[in-house]
Design a protein around this ligand. Sequence first.
Ligand code: GLY
Ligand code: MN
Ligand code: MN
Length: 436
Amino acid sequence: MNTKELTKRRKTLMRMVGHKGIAIVPSANPVPRNRDVDHVFRQDSDFLYLTGFEEPNALALLIPDKEGDRYILFCRERNADQEIWNGCRAGLEGAEKNYLADKAYAINQLDEILPRLLSDRERIFYPMGRDASFDHKVISWVNQSRGSYRDAKHILHELLSLDYLLHDMRLYKSRSEVSLMRKAAKVSIAAHVRAMQACEPGKHEYEIEAELLYEFKKAGCVPAYPSIVGGGGNTCILHYTENSQVLNDGDLLLIDAGAECQGYASDITRTFPVNGTFSNIQREVYELVLEAQTAAIRKVKPGNHWNDPHHEAVKVLTKGLVGLGLLKGKPAKLIKDEKYRQFYMHRTGHWLGLDVHDVGDYRFDEEWRLLEPGMTLTVEPGLYITRTKGVPKYFWNIGIRIEDDVLVTKDGNQVLTEKLTRDPDEIEALMAGSVH
Ligand code: GLY
Ligand code: MN
Ligand code: MN
């Protein structure tokens, strides 16, 4: 845990919140999966970013003040009986000693203590609108703070969304964040190589998924999102996660999978032939998507705006679709009429960080946001050709996406996932080596 950096983040946020303000940041809570079983716990990304605290049932307060800023952490008290069942807790002492809270309180005292702390605060920043029950709690704390403390009742409590401040901070990655993203990328690369080498006709999609999970877990990581492992027609289902079908000779396999390392995601897609050799038509479409991705990545640099890589990918793909006979007409007009969307219906990327679709605005007012050093994003063009009347049969079930993770640097960009080849010849060579 990088306590220095965590302290710096809290200071930066407190400066933005300003005197008379307060930021309320709740942890994630356990989510039931089925009787007596919870989903695997994942800490809330905002909370993790500011506290490094991995336990559920906690809440952080950041209270900037002329007299001295305060960081208060509410968390579970230590409890020998509970810890036998569910593992160690930091407790109040740990929260102060290891997580550098100025003061820690038991989470079950929250309703009693928090209203008092709000009584002299004019602006209350919190994750507004994310969880209706939390919205209600905040309002109820504010009401209590007015009701029971007479001299505070004329304070105009402004409720404000914390996202606006915090998510802009999260968009710019520090060196230590980038290094965790590199580690996540490295683990994901090993997983994709293993999957390619394990793939053969007759195996099920879930057997290939198991190879990915093996590499993630072996490195102490978890999947950043449910892995997409789709063969044949399933390559054309954008969010396919059943991963239940047999892989057939002659089909393609699309894998979209990434590891999460200490909270930081990677997000990689590769598409390759189940039998290890691209057919001519598969290769032709693959090379078009690769050309679009290469062109889009070239547009990732400071000064260009968010939509430049997408626009570039659309230009290359549309021209290529005309070349393949899948679209007819002038590319400029086809782009204007969005005809490419029959085969390319998603955008070319998203911010990447603690969340796989990370926070941060893509536009300011009506303008696309400019790319700046430290931002990280995916570049992931694709083409998806389903069984459709009027489309020659030899194109059917060709779904191809190529996705990499890109850091904007001072001079341009760096592809964090560069070491996983995208070249079709190299993919065939890699598949010819075996993993076991
Ligand atoms: N894996 C989700 C995405 O590519 O956006
Ligand atoms: Mn993605
Ligand atoms: Mn992806």
